[in-house]
Design a protein around this ligand. Structure first.
Ligand code: EZ4
Ligand code: CO
Length: 404
């Protein structure tokens, strides 16, 4: 099981994806997602220039040792670039182990603890009426949980809306330069409860309702939002405040029973330790691909389990089908699974990534193919060359920078 080669594939079937492919001397291949939205080539270089040469000749079955070698061995630890690169290696090695042993990764992780993985879909609208139509579509498809976002009146752009013509929620990315979005907190705090009321009035309470604040509020504003949404029994509000200031979550919690989720921009267990250890959040949103792979995310989930925190991994469309599959394998096995985000992928991505996960009645299953169950078609990938793109930035009405 010696590693013969490690190659990086960059492709843009609708959006950029970076994939690491590891090949053993016996010709077994494994793939891992190395996509860091809007900063893709930094991970490409990290892998090509600094990691791939270290992998050749190593035993692909020593997943833990290779993880530690790359983490401790770099000296410069953590950070999104490093941890996304390590994640790609880790997932590719789990994929190889699965193929060599003939087992789906979820079996190697101890086996399924549930029959399927509950996912949430992304409903949005330029108006509340459009949003309600979109929610109806998800409920008709059998979704048990829906995230809702709608254009905030008075602002000319809002996070989380479908890209025109794609039926798909963003992001990013805009070619050439990041676009400027506008933000004004009072408009949002006024609008958000009206949006949730409209959704519950029309569809009732027999499904889970989620919402992403996307790091935009102060602790007290987030507390106000949480209180104003209590009548609508949210499954969670996500990223209510920018999480560098973790004490903020204590303030929010002192004021509201609306559940809190955070973590999509975290990249190690150390980013989560305080929030989980102090029970300041309800759901941890760290992902396979930005948090060191299955090996490291598993530790975060175990830590969360000790403290009554459940999982709710990031699953936006900028995470490739490879990491989405890896997430489903892990989700299927952990006792404290909560929910999995699913944004889906644009059509051309289906030409490049051949997946075996399935959807039925609101639940997904990673399938029982050996490994992760995803293959990359490199000829198709080559038809969609890399395109520079950026996430938007956010400015307040006075022109000053705000969190996007
Ligand atoms: O904005 O993944 O919950 N999902 C999100 C995402 C993030 C993107 C950034 O690349 O917040 O839509
Ligand atoms: Co989010």
């Amino acid at each position: 099981m010696k590693i013969a080669s490690a190659d990086v594939i960059v492709t843009c079937p609708g959006r950029n994806y970076v994939t690491l492919k590891i090949t053993t001397e016996d010709g077994v291949t494994g793939i891992g997602d190395a996509t860091l939205n809007g900063r893709e080539l930094s991970v490409v270089s990290y892998l090509r220039d600094h990691v791939c040469p270290l992998l050749v000749g190593r035993d692909a079955g020593r997943i833990n040792d290779i993880w530690q070698y790359l983490y401790r061995g770099a000296y410069w630890r953590r950070g999104p670039v490093t941890m996304t690169a390590i994640a790609a290696v880790d997932c590719a090695l789990w994929d190889i182990l699965g193929k060599v042993t003939g087992q789906p990764v979820h079996r190697l992780l101890g086996g399924a603890a549930r029959d399927g993985v509950m996912i949430y879909g992304h409903a949005s609208g330029g108006t509340i009426d459009e949003l309600l139509d979109d929610v109806a579509g998800y409920l008709d498809q059998g979704y048990k949980a829906v995230r809702v976002q709608a254009a905030v009146p008075g602002l000319d752009s809002t996070y989380g809306l479908h890209h025109p013509g794609t039926g798909h929620t963003y992001e990013p990315a805009d070619a050439a330069m990041p676009s400027d979005n506008a933000w004004h907190t009072p408009y949002y705090l006024d609008f958000a409860p009206k949006m949730m009321k409209a959704v519950r009035d029309r569809f009732g309470y027999d499904f889970h309702l989620l919402h992403d604040v996307h790091h935009r509020l102060s602790p007290l504003e987030a507390a106000q939002l949480g209180k104003s949404l209590e009548p609508y029994r949210m499954f969670w509000i996500e990223d209510a405040t920018p999480a560098e200031d973790q004490e903020a979550f204590r303030t929010i919690r002192q004021h509201t029973t609306t559940p809190l989720a955070v973590g999509e921009v975290f990249n190690s267990i150390w980013d989560c330790q305080y929030l989980i250890g102090n029970r300041l959040i309800d759901y941890i949103r760290t992902s396979v691909s930005h948090t060191g792979g299955i090996t490291h995310l598993r530790k975060i989930f175990d830590l969360a389990d000790l403290h009554g925190v459940r999982t709710g991994s990031h699953g936006a469309g900028d995470l490739s089908p490879v990491s989405f599959a890896a997430a489903l394998h892990l989700d299927l096995t952990v006792p404290n699974f909560g929910i999995q985000e699913y944004m889906g992928h644009l059509d051309p991505a289906g030409e490049v990534f051949k997946t075996s996960y399935t959807f039925e009645d609101g639940y997904m299953h990673p399938g029982d193919a050996p490994g992760l169950g995803v293959e990359i078609d490199e000829e198709a990938a080559a038809r969609y060359p890399y395109e520079p793109r950026y996430l938007p930035v956010n400015r307040r009405l006075d022109g000053s920078m705000h969190d996007w």
